[in-house]
Design a protein around this ligand. Sequence first.
Ligand code: ZN
Length: 462
Amino acid sequence: MRSAGGGRTVIENCAIATMDAADTEHAVGHVVIEGDRIASLGPGPAPREPAGDPPSRRIDAAGHLATPGLVNTHHHFYQWLTRGLAQNANLFDWLVSLYPVWARIDEPMLHAAARGSLAMMVRGGVTTAMDHHYVFPRGAGDLLGAEIRAARELGVRFTAARGSMDRGAADGGLPPDFAVESTEGALRATEEAVLAHHDPSFGSLLHVAVAPCSPFSVSTELLRDAATLARRLGVRLHTHGSETVEEEKYCHERYDMSPTAYLESTGWLGDDVWMAHCVHMTDEDLAAFARTGTGVAHCPSSNARLGAGIARVPDMLAAGIPVGLGVDGTASNEAGELHTELRNALLVSRLGPHRARALTARQALRLGTHGGARVLGREREIGSLEPGKLADLVLWRLDGLGHSTIEDPVAALVFGAPAPVTLSLVGGVPVVEDGRLRGVDEEDIARTARAEARRLARLADL
Ligand code: ZN
């Protein structure tokens, strides 16, 4: 298949799910891309270019579905090196057994882990990635810089969420004391990261968010000051919230409040905030999210892996809460892919107590595209295929063994096996062609990650 990237590219003869506000779909249609933007799209073949214009590159995408690129809203890249551990633990036991290993991480390890995490996702149709990194051991090098470098190598749009932990076990927190930063140090480093890397321009490839880790690993002071800092710098806020019953118990015992009420008391509800998980939410919690426009990163596989529970996504959507999908770290979702989360979000929603309003295939795809764009504050740029938006687009091959007998292409993509990606574009530039990553060597990524995982295991006496 011929490449897009630069100039004018026409993709035609494919089904299109635009994910625009009207849910417009075309059984057979075309998309015209000029530079990094979508110029036009519609049913049937593309109109011929005006006489005298240079010829367009034309891509015959018969047998494919075109969708917006997938948007991941929650991840921890470093966990690529600690997959398959604590296989039967719940969140708190899993964290306690892994913190001492994670506290050994350094810059080459994070670079290798980020390349592995990103390669896996990009190969599966992710065009906007994010990472929430919150373990910063002293002397570990430029950890945030390592993952930003990896995102650049893969060519993917990226939100780096500068995390932090300042409440170790001595202060009643869950992480060991050697794994946490000082409150002042975390705030200073976060501000420096925003000033050094955040690019707010339309079409930016790099955002930075402010992201203290969780209510049980961060002081009230850090939460409060981080919210103030993010608003002063004009960037978004991210954290974990209401993930497990143990977290709920912790907040009630320590603050006499639910996690949502506690986070609201520290300035952490708002349309510039998104939180991972939000599994244990009361009607009042959901109302508070809806009232303030706070977003949710729904991570169905991770929630299942750690036995956390089933988030009330249908209720969130009914209340108008922005919801995107998240892989979460690959120590709690070893698959590390987002397109499989479309299916898992759909299936899990049908197991919960809200199955009467369970998700449809199109709602699941919306979570993974437009929903994610809203959660990251980028819905004017990405998340749907519309003229003027960035050409972040995926061609899923649906005429092969796995999908050819499913007539509805969106159902084939969401209910079916993970579909092969024939082409994935970020701002019109190919990052995947014929199922292979462009510009990076997958075997080298796998080899390097394994070597770094073994080095980490040796250092941590695993
Ligand atoms: Zn997480």
